[in-house]
Design a protein around this ligand. Structure first.
Ligand code: ADP
Length: 717
């Protein structure tokens, strides 16, 4: 029999009644008993029909427990449109004449069955009676049979409802247990968290909190319950120490905006008044389909330790910065204090050397000058080192010819090499470009140091300096080779540390500061280059110094080119103008310095006047025109910067008065040269800002002073 939808529904319902087993059902047995008595039938059954069998659920007067569906009376009853099927004599009904129930030992002749029909019209089985003799069922008995059949279904329905009620209750019980379990799980999860978690209702009052929240905030959950973020007892503060308004608390923000609020730092006071710093995230909670949050969950970390550590670090950093600044200032002061008298010593020594001296005296003066030079070198190096370490060194970017630069530096040492009777060779490869961008002063400084060392530590053989481009053509490589004493392998790297000398003994032959290589390496690094050394003790050393090649932009013009293309300035003129005398004002509070400059200027074409403070300088300047002012920067009272500013405004007023074309006024201004023992970039910047044209570092030699005056004389001539 094909399974129709109706049949499927029917079978499903049978399943749901849970009657397809042989367990006795007292209620059904009672109905069978009533039926037997009321209808007076020898055999009564309640049957259910499944796919293939007729199950006898309750019975009286028979042992039959099941019958195949296709030979059953009941199957026919189900198809009888809800009516009772009455077979008065099976022998006369061709549907049943060959039925085993009729032909077999049960010898059935009479059958009457009322279908069991569910309220929604599904026929599940029958309440039926059998008799071994033919008979008929009168109307009252038919009514009883139908009524009892309805009672069977009513019983089953009752059971089903009871069953499903039980199932619902069971399901509910399980759901509640599940909920409880998951609630427990969440609770233990939340309480195990190291972050504080607080839940607040939509008005802001705290509903609950976890153990970490209790620990971080120093309050029990009970103490927290009902408190809102607006409660003044929190005494919350911002990072800058100002009060943190309750309405700006991230929880309140989240509640009012409906958006999460993250990474807010807040300080809260525990009841014992200690300040705890927390990092807060708030997340609003919504019911489905609602746009207003019903609550907010706030989590927070205790960041007090991290903050203290950080502020400790910051303090450490600040004090380190301060210490470094103090060191720089100390060195600047020291260098000033040393340079000022050194200035006089060196000046006097230079003047002495020019005078008539006995041979012994000459040697003493030479010693004086050498010691002075060394001291000066030491101060310069220490200052340089400090400046580099403090990040005060800024490289200049100029167009330069590396080969020519090397040649010039090389010349400095020619004399020395000749004196030591060693070979000395400088060579640049043709591949080296003639125009690159770089800091010529700093490249020169490194080369001076490397070549100086090579000559210093070489007694026989020679020194050779080459310049080439690297294999990849990206860098310039200077190689300084010597056949000198060499360097032990374990000293090759430490040699680049400050104050390291390979032979540190007081008896060592060569003077030096131990700073040259340290400075050189730092400068090379600053230029994005490098320095390294190779050496064989007793055979010689080789230093490699590389700097990247920075190509000159196409449109750049070199200084020399600009100068040489200036019209009306043929080179020959320079010499003819060289001796133009300048009117000079010397301003210095130190009588030794004044005396020295006085001595330097003697026999020069210039005229000069000396004053020993700023006020006198201004007075002189107001009454006379000077071409040059030599301005000491550090003076008691009005210092060099202030004096310079005053001189410049005096000058400004004077130029305005005389209505000189501003374009021409440049040539009418005095050249103010700042004289200072401080060689820090800040000092230089400061003097330029005050209105100085250039900066000369003390101690000044006669040569440098005259050279500077000369170039002013040429430029303004
Ligand atoms: P210094 O002013 O003492 O020369 P440097 O930093 O320039 O300081 O050099 C440090 C030390 O490295 C020198 O004292 C010397 O011992 C060693 N050194 C440097 N260059 C050479 C070289 N070409 N040959 C042998 N030793 C050298």
């Amino acid at each position: 029999m094909p399974t129709t939808t109706k049949e499927q529904q029917r079978l499903g319902r049978l399943q749901s009644y849970g009657v397809l087993n042989t367990n006795a059902e007292p209620a059904l047995d009672d109905l069978v008993r009533i039926a037997q008595a009321a209808i007076d039938a020898p055999i009564v059954m309640i049957t259910f029909v499944d796919e293939s069998l007729v199950w006898v659920k309750s019975k009286l007067g028979s042992d039959i427990t099941e019958v195949p569906r296709d030979v059953s009376f009941c199957a026919h009853t189900l198809d009888n449109h809800g009516e009772i099927l009455e077979v008065q004599d099976a022998n006369l009904d061709e549907r049943f004449i060959a039925n085993p129930l009729v032909t077999g030992p049960t010898k059935m002749r009479f059958y009457a069955g009322a279908p069991l029909i569910t309220p929604d019209g599904l026929a599940l089985g029958t309440l039926c009676i059998f008799d071994q003799k033919p008979r008929s069922l009168d109307e009252p008995k038919r009514l009883v049979l139908s009524a009892l059949a309805r009672q069977v279904i009513a019983q089953l329905e009752l059971r089903r409802t009871a069953l499903s009620e039980h199932a619902i209750r069971e399901e509910l019980r399980q759901t509640i247990a599940g909920l409880r379990e998951s609630d427990d799980r969440y609770r233990s999860l939340v309480s195990a968290l190291d972050v504080g978690v607080v839940m607040q209702e939509h008005g802001g009052a705290i509903l609950t909190a976890n153990a970490s929240a209790e620990r971080i905030l120093g309050l029990t959950v009970d103490q927290m319950k009902g408190l809102s973020s607006m409660d003044p007892r929190w005494r919350s503060v911002r990072e800058d120490g100002t009060p943190f308004p309750g309405e700006e608390h991230p929880a309140m923000q989240s509640l009012s905006t409906g958006r999460p609020c993250r990474d807010v730092v807040m300080g809260v006071r525990k009841p014992d008044s200690t300040l705890t710093w927390i990092l807060i995230h708030s997340q609003p909670l919504f019911h489905a389909d609602e746009s207003q949050p019903y609550a907010v969950v706030t989590s927070f970390h205790d960041i007090t330790d991290a903050r203290n550590y950080e502020s400790g670090l910051k303090q450490d950093r600040d004090s380190a910065d301060q210490a470094s600044r103090a060191k720089s200032e100390f060195l600047a002061t020291m260098s000033h204090e040393i340079r000022t008298p050194l200035n006089s010593i060196m000046g006097v020594a230079a003047l002495l050397q020019e005078s008539e001296l006995e041979d012994d005296q000459k040697r003493l003066v030479q010693l004086l000058r050498r010691s002075g030079d060394h001291l000066l070198e030491l101060i310069t190096d220490v200052l340089d080192m400090t400046r580099i370490e403090a990040g005060h060194v800024e490289l200049v970017q100029e167009i330069l010819d590396p080969g020519e630069l090397l040649q010039r530096v090389g010349e400095i040492y020619e004399m020395r090499a000749r004196e030591k009777h060693i070979d000395y060779e400088i060579r640049a490869s043709d591949r080296v470009p003639t125009r690159v961008v770089g800091d010529p002063g700093r490249i020169r400084q490194v080369l001076v140091n490397l070549i100086g060392n090579a000559i210093k530590f070489t007694e026989s053989g020679g020194v050779r300096v080459t310049l080439d481009v690297s294999f990849d053509s990206e860098a310039l490589t200077f190689v300084v080779s010597d056949s000198g004493i060499g360097i032990p392998a374990d000293k090759i790297e430490s040699m680049f540390d400050p104050f390291v000398q390979v032979d540190g003994s007081p008896t060592r032959k060569e003077a030096g500061t131990g700073l040259g290589l340290a400075i050189s390496r730092r400068l090379a690094t600053l230029m994005n280059g490098s320095i390294r050394a190779e050496s064989q003790p007793g055979e010689g050393s080789r230093f490699y110094f590389s700097v990247p090649i920075i190509k000159v932009p196409e449109d750049a013009v070199t200084k020399t080119e600009t100068e040489s293309t200036q019209p009306g300035q043929p080179g020959g003129n320079t010499r003819s103008r060289q001796n133009r005398g300048l009117n000079i004002l010397v301003v210095d509070d130190n009588p030794d310095n004044l005396m020295l400059i006085d001595a330097f200027l003697k026999n020069s074409p210039h005229t000069w006047q000396c004053v020993n403070n700023g006020e006198n300088a201004i007075q002189k300047f107001a009454n006379e025109t000077f071409d040059v002012v030599l301005m000491d920067v550090q003076m008691p009272g009005m210092d060099g910067y202030a004096t310079t500013r005053q001189l410049r405004s005096l000058e400004e007023a004077r130029l305005k008065e005389s209505q000189i074309d501003p374009a021409e006024s440049g040539t009418r201004r005095a050249h103010i040269l700042a004289l200072t023992a401080n060689a820090f970039q800040e000092d230089i910047d400061r003097s330029l800002q005050a209105g100085c044209d250039a900066h000369l570092t003390k101690p000044i030699t006669k040569q440098i002073l005259l050279k500077n005056l000369n170039s002013i004389s040429v430029a303004t001539g």
